[in-house]
Design a protein around this ligand. Structure first.
Ligand SMILES: [Zn+2]
Length: 682
């Protein structure tokens, strides 16, 4: 009897508990496992798996694209309302930095630890935690909470607010082949510069996170990944098209910028005070300071400096960075590799004024097929395919081609020969298992990333640079003897072939000198202007710095890079300014580094990034502020040839006679303006 009772009461107890657990848990309807594929450039490059049991979600997320990508495990415990009350994220970031992020909410005590350190808050009610390193899956948790919130907006931890916006509904064929699956797309904004986009099904189950170049999508629906990427491209384009409509000033008449000193990029000096007249997309005249004209818009320069638009020579164009670059005075891009379709659309929209963005000079990206290949441009499996890719790009009217890590180095000489015969410029990474000397002998016109050249002095022939090794092996740089025969042979090849170097020094600074909890050295001048989560992201090490020895190795390696570039500069090797970090504020840093560490004067580095690059690309109508040239320039209150930092405080930008005032636009990104709008008399 007794036993039976106990058994019965036990069964009752368990079922009650389960019922209670499943009934009270906000995850009652989501128990079980789900699997997702990560797809980049139409290739499956990873997965996301979730297991939901009771009020706990376990997430396993990993992808490898171009030989690198995050590996994350998350355990998330929700309260009955769906707020995460315990969250742990462990793993490694794309560039290898170890992650051990935690959040906990006990009663009214919230505490978290991320790469920037720890924080606490006392909260009257649960608040959503915005994580730093979690997978895209957590968007669904935010969405379920925001759906019931006023204005679909909630304050979040560590700081800021996030807003959910429903974008559209659509259906896709069911994976089972029967019927259709109803979906709704959403945007989540407020934490970062740009919204993130994702999709839920009619049960508010996570279906996909989407971006123009990569999706994480429910298994069985991989066939619709292109459609999903197109949606993200549309949403992003819509956002930027509406910003362009609102903040691009096309005055439709002459514009006079009154009382400015023009930076004469050819002669490295500032003019006396003048007024500059723009008519249409060109500079019409440079007049005496007190000259006036009929029926003009007058922008008051207030004695500031007018600088020609800057060139970012190592860009990967995206609509999200395009406008931010123009606002930072970067009016010309050399695109070093992209999804060709996405890029063609962007260039079309920029050229027709639908989107704000720099003028784009295209390099055709050619990558070899391998398990580590990047998923951009054209992938080739043979020399014949590589030579055919040269023709494809030639027919698209590109400026040149760029070869990448998984290319077969033995094909380079023939590829270069064909490209040169067709008047195409050639640059690139050093293909794995090859070295810089081989590419210089093959006839490269320029070499990309200083590490790609220097690795040839420290790697064994069989070591594979398609992996993170091309970053971690930089720890060997301190042992390089720059006066050794090996190094001098490479230097001599650069000189004799008149080959330039695109060092992307600022990304090396970030890779090797950024540390958890410290503002990255290149970001100190703008970090406080950024939205909360973006500020956090600027206080994270890019690489894995496990201990003091590794810390010292990377610091010494960075010093060796600077010594190498100084030697190259002294030998007359052209240094081509680009960042590979999205340009804008980072291009300002690249130029600043050249003045701080490579011995350029501020005037010399401004000439380099304007007049010299225009000449280098054969763009005669750009690079200086002269009558007849395209009206690409920006206004700063200060004097940038006295202090290069003056280029970081921009009041106005003209991009081909379309005027922008950063102080008007930055709030759309959650950025605090650096200076106000000049007086404009229309
Ligand atoms: Zn790049």
């Amino acid at each position: 009897m007794k036993l039976r009772m106990t058994l019965l009461s036990l069964i009752l107890l368990v079922s009650f508990a389960c019922k209670n657990e499943s009934t009270t848990s906000s995850l009652a309807n989501y128990q079980g496992e789900e699997s997702y594929s990560v797809i980049a450039g139409e290739n499956k490059v990873g997965y996301l798996k979730t297991i939901i049991s009771g009020d706990t979600i376990n997430v396993d997320f990993d992808y490898k694209n171009n030989g690198r990508g995050p590996t994350m495990k998350e355990t998330i415990v929700l309260d009955a309302a769906g707020y995460p009350i315990d969250w742990s994220i462990t793993g490694n970031t794309t560039f290898g930095n170890a992650v051990d992020e935690k959040f906990n909410l006990t009663g009214s005590d919230a505490s978290w630890t991320d790469a920037t350190g720890s924080g606490t808050a006392s909260v009257a009610n649960p608040l959503l935690y915005v994580n730093q390193f979690g997978s895209p899956y957590s968007a669904v948790l935010a969405a379920r909470l925001l759906m019931g919130a006023p204005e679909s907006t909630l304050p979040v931890l560590p700081a800021g607010n996030v807003t959910l916006t429903q974008m559209e509904t659509l259906t896709v064929p069911n994976a089972s082949g029967e019927g259709e699956l109803a979906l709704t797309t959403y945007a989540l904004s407020g934490a970062d510069l740009n919204p993130s986009y994702f999709i839920l099904d009619s049960d508010n189950r996570f279906f996909a996170s989407i971006s123009p170049r990569m999706v994480v999508i429910r298994e069985g629906y991989e066939a619709s990944e292109k459609q999903m990427r197109q949606l993200a491209e549309n949403y992003s384009a819509e956002r930027y098209q509406s910003l362009q409509k609102e903040y691009a000033h096309n005055y439709g008449k002459k514009v006079r910028i009154h009382n400015v000193h023009v930076f004469d990029s050819k002669n490295l000096k500032l003019t006396d005070a003048v007024s500059v007249v723009v008519d249409g997309d060109k500079i019409a005249s440079i007049d005496p300071v007190d000259a006036t004209g009929e029926n003009e818009v007058v922008i008051e320069g207030n004695g500031g400096t007018l600088v020609p638009g800057l060139y970012e020579m190592h860009a990967h164009t995206g609509d999200n960075a395009a406008l931010l670059n123009v606002l930072a005075g970067v009016t010309s891009f050399r695109d070093m590799g992209n999804n060709n379709e996405v890029l063609a659309n962007l260039i079309e929209k920029i050229n027709t004024g639908v989107l704000a963005g720099p003028r784009v000079t295209r390099l055709g990206f050619i990558e070899g097929k391998s398990k580590f290949n990047a998923n951009n441009g054209i992938l080739v499996g043979s020399k014949e395919e590589a030579l055919a890719a040269v023709d494809t790009y030639d027919s698209l009217g590109v400026y040149g081609i760029k070869l990448y890590n998984s290319m077969n180095g033995d094909w380079a000489a023939d590829i270069v020969k064909k490209a040169h015969a067709q008047g195409l410029f050639v640059t690139g990474h050093v293909p794995a298992f090859s070295n810089a000397n081989a590419m210089l002998n093959a006839g490269f016109d320029e070499m990309t990333h200083i590490n790609q050249t220097m690795l040839g002095w420290v790697l064994e022939p069989e070591e594979d640079t398609r992996t993170l090794l091309r970053l971690t092996a930089m720890k060997r740089f301190p042992q390089i003897d720059l006066n050794s025969a090996k190094v001098q042979e490479t230097m001599d090849l650069f000189v004799s072939n008149k080959t330039g170097i695109d060092p992307t020094l600022s990304i090396h600074e970030k890779l090797m000198l950024s540390r958890n909890g410290e503002v990255a050295p290149g970001s100190v001048d703008y970090v406080d202007h950024m939205p909360p989560n973006a500020q956090r992201g600027l206080k994270v090490a890019m690489s894995q710095i496990a201990d003091e020895e590794e810390d010292k190795a990377y610091r010494d390696a960075y010093k060796k890079i600077v010594e190498t570039l100084n030697m190259m500069k002294d030998k007359g090797i052209l240094i081509v300014p680009g960042t590979d970090l999205g340009g804008a504020f980072n291009l300002h840093r690249e130029l600043e580094l050249y003045t701080e560490q490579l011995g350029y004067s501020p005037a010399e580095v401004l000439k380099l990034a304007t007049y010299d690059m225009a000449q280098y690309l054969g763009q005669e109508d750009l690079g200086s502020i002269e009558p007849g040239k395209l009206a690409d320039f920006f206004l700063v209150p200060g004097n940038p040839i006295e202090d290069i930092k003056a280029i970081k405080t921009i009041g106005m930008v003209s991009s081909g006679g379309t005027f922008y005032y950063p102080s008007e636009v930055y709030p759309e990104f959650g950025i605090t303006p650096f200076t106000g709008k000049p007086e404009v008399k229309e």
